[in-house]
Design a protein around this ligand. Structure first.
Ligand code: ADP
Ligand code: MG
Length: 190
């Protein structure tokens, strides 16, 4: 007889800014809680748009979260607990160190839902999302609405003219809203 399937897997939600990544993450968090599951929501310390300890969408939907300063901090804040679901927003801020941490959590039986930017504001792949997408069981790739033509936007770019326009800018520069960034399609970026 086959053994029962082992629990623990990875779900990635990715795309450019304004694609609805946080909305989708919070939708999954809320329906899991309705089902009585134990869910831990984690955000990076850099995302303090609505104050620390909050995951929030551009539309103002929000949920209380725990804050981690780096990828290894995620393990520390679980304090030996093993929730059914760990939902991580703004995954790009955690950098490549997030990949083994997510792998370990899923290996320990947790469902890990990871949302983050898969492109930088100058249109390049933004780790760790590409690596997570390649190894996740489930990937949900979202697009936004192009601010120029209304088409499908897989990119976003800075519209603040004073800002440097290269991806070497510290990752903290990726915190911002409609005043700083616009969603753009392939034909209207740059
Ligand atoms: P993300 O986490 O991917 O940045 P959010 O979940 O925070 O996105 O916000 C998604 C919401 O942003 C949409 O439901 C919509 O109301 C709003 N929004 C603002 N600008 C755009 C745009 N250009 N395209 C799509 N949605 C947009
Ligand atoms: Mg978001």
């Amino acid at each position: 007889m086959k053994p029962a399937p082992v629990r623990g897997h990875v779900e990635v939600i990715c795309g450019p800014m304004f694609a609805g990544k946080t909305e989708e993450l919070l939708r999954r968090v809320r329906r899991a809680r309705l089902a009585g599951l134990d869910v831990e929501v984690v955000n990076h310390a850099l995302d303090d748009r609505r104050g620390p300890g909050m995951v929030s969408s551009h539309d103002g939907i929000s949920e209380a979260s725990r804050t981690a300063p780096d990828a290894t901090g995620i393990g520390r804040l679980l304090e030996g607990r093993s929730p059914d679901i760990v939902a991580i927003d703004e995954a790009q801020f955690f950098g490549p160190d997030l990949v083994p941490v997510v792998d370990a959590l899923a290996g320990n039986g947790m469902t890990v839902v990871v949302a983050g930017l898969s492109v930088t504001f100058d249109g390049r792949p933004f780790e760790p999302l590409p690596s997570l997408m390649a190894t996740a069981e489930k990937v949900t790739r979202l697009t936004a609405v192009c601010a120029v033509c209304g088409g499908e936007a897989a990119f976003h770019q800075r519209v603040d003219p004073g800002a440097p326009a290269d991806a070497l800018t510290p990752v903290a520069e990726h915190v911002g809203g409609v005043e700083t960034y616009q969603a753009r399609c392939r034909h209207h970026r740059g």
